[in-house]
Design a protein around this ligand. Sequence first.
Ligand code: SF4
Length: 208
Amino acid sequence: MGIFDVLFSAFGPQNWWPAESELEVIVGAILTQNTNWSNVEKAIAALKNSGLLSLPALFEADNKTICTAIRPAGYYNQKTKKLKAFADHIIHNWSGDLDAFLSRPLPELRRELLSLYGIGPETADSIILYAAEKPIFVVDRYTYRLMTRHGLYSGHYDYERLQSLFMNALKPDVPLFQEYHALVVKLGKSFCRKEAICQDCPVGQRDI
Ligand code: SF4
């Protein structure tokens, strides 16, 4: 919580996840793989403008149409397959009822998400935390950088091990987890970059 307090007082609320619907969170979580958020915003805007931001539309559209819309997000062939695989799963296994899919117990939902094409732990947990609003802590390379640089984690990047550090230390609290991950991303982009800017960083100036 020491790190959270420093980050929150330095950066304030990050208002994540920026989306108008649960589906938009999910689409954003898939599109943001290996690209930055401004590219995702362009792709989501194109999906909206083309009337493709719905499960039936993603399910029915041909790959080429989706590829064209999401081209700004990069890896558009793979990401098109991932979006279509997700839409196909919800339409066929959940009669298109996304709320029903998201409202199951967290472990069950996580297992099912991880079984889908192109959804790894970080994407699954982003969907669980920001779309289903269930308490799971999302970690990423920014989290790894912060923790290793402060001697709070050692060894190779291991998603589950890093995640369990936070899950064991914090009470399960959805707004806290949502804000915390967003703040770590903000830190990683602003100061804790590949080349760290420690002299101006709020964490570097405080005892955590
Ligand atoms: S930029 Fe430096 S002080 Fe800030 S979190 Fe990274 S390692 Fe710590």
